[in-house]
Design a protein. Structure first.
Length: 364
């Protein structure tokens, strides 16, 4: 099945202060294609260039080099109001002197829509975001989560081809943020509009996205479905930024077909599946997710040995911190089935078992 591209970013660079001798490269030769009807997330730490890329698509900034196409048409030279995209800002940018309905209708009225069309669209948007009963409230009379729904309704009302969302959940408390993650995904699914979402929150990206682009220092490091990014990161930065990860140095001993034998810092040798382009020898870094390791039971073969230094109960899980002789402790995360947790005295010598198939080989 062929995929129709909504937004195509081609070799885009953005240099602030070009020619001044104090240049700052915000984006460095970025290329990415985003499909129609896709929930696509730009994920990375502060200053990585994700908001700059969003602003280039919106037309608030202009690229130093490269081009941006929307459904095959070059839009780099178009001003924001001529681009069929809308933006939901971090602070929502609602009009405080207007009611909920008036905020939603404002953009439609500016486009010259008829009164009947405006009324029908506002009604449909209020229904979509479940705000029918609050349509006459002033903005300062509704909650932060409700304000965000109004901002979404206003942005969706003109039926843009692409909706840009610049960290819209960052001002909400944890519970409301989780509720809005589900709500945003529902809205994207029901409208069929391409969503491009910017966040530094890994959980948001994994929860809502069809695909995620991980960015750092003005570059896109990896693009893929959430499970691909999490389970098969391209490099150490991606593995470290997406979720919690244990990193272990290992030495390659020999290759045997599609598997490789390596020696861990504990001295134990293990065999794991290996990519075809892995060198025959040398030092490598292994990444192991905390939930993919377990405390070895009596009689189990342990891949790693260590001493328990701490145990932290976090409700659904318990995290065990184990000194294995590396700079950082090895973390094992165990789900608390039936509300029970395995209590282990600090200082106890423990073994750690890991399924070799879950170990990731990284290139630093």
């Amino acid at each position: 099945m062929s995929i129709t591209v909504a937004v195509d970013v081609r070799s885009v660079s953005k240099i602030f202060g070009a020619g001044t001798g104090q240049e700052v490269t915000a984006l460095d030769d970025v290329s990415v294609s985003i499909a129609q009807n896709e929930f696509f997330t730009l994920l990375g730490p502060s200053g990585c260039g994700k908001t700059t890329l969003l602003r280039l698509i919106a037309g608030f900034e202009h690229a130093t080099h490269g081009s941006i196409l929307l459904e095959g048409a070059e839009i780099s030279a178009l001003p924001p109001f001529q681009r069929p995209v809308n933006t939901v800002f971090q602070n929502y940018a609602l009009f405080p002197h207007m009611s909920v309905s008036q905020n939603i209708s404002f953009g439609l009225e500016m486009q010259g829509r008829t009164k009947d069309e405006v009324a029908d669209t506002v009604g449909a948007m209020l229904s979509l975001v479940k705000m029918e009963n609050l349509k006459d409230r002033q903005i300062d009379q509704i909650s932060g989560g409700q304000q965000q729904r109004v901002a979404l309704a206003r942005a969706l009302a003109p039926r843009p081809k692409v909706l840009l969302l610049d960290e819209p959940l960052s001002a909400l408390d944890l519970k409301l943020r989780k509720e809005m993650q589900v709500e945003l995904k529902r809205l994207q699914h029901e409208t069929g509009i391409t969503f491009i979402f910017v966040t530094h929150d890994q959980e948001e990206a994994l929860t809502m996205s069809d695909r995620v682009a991980v960015m750092n220092e003005g570059r896109i490091l990896q693009v893929g479905a959430p499970h691909e990014i999490y389970n098969r990161p391209n490099d150490r930065f991606v593995a470290d930024f997406i979720g919690d990860t244990n990193f272990i140095s290992a030495e390659i001993i020999e290759r045997d077909g599609n598997e490789i034998r390596m020696r861990l810092s504990s001295g134990i040798e293990i065999m794991i599946p290996a990519p075809p382009d892995l060198p025959q020898s040398g030092e490598i870094t292994l990444a192991i997710r905390p939930e993919q390791a377990r405390i070895a039971s009596d009689g189990d073969a342990a891949s790693i040995q260590g001493s328990l230094t701490d145990e932290i109960y976090i409700g659904t899980d318990t995290q065990y911190y184990i000194d294995i002789g590396t700079t950082s402790p090895f973390v094992v995360r165990v789900q608390n089935a039936n509300g029970e947790t395995q209590r282990i005295p600090t200082g106890t010598s423990v073994g750690i078992s890991v399924d070799a198939k879950t170990i990731q080989i990284l290139r630093d």
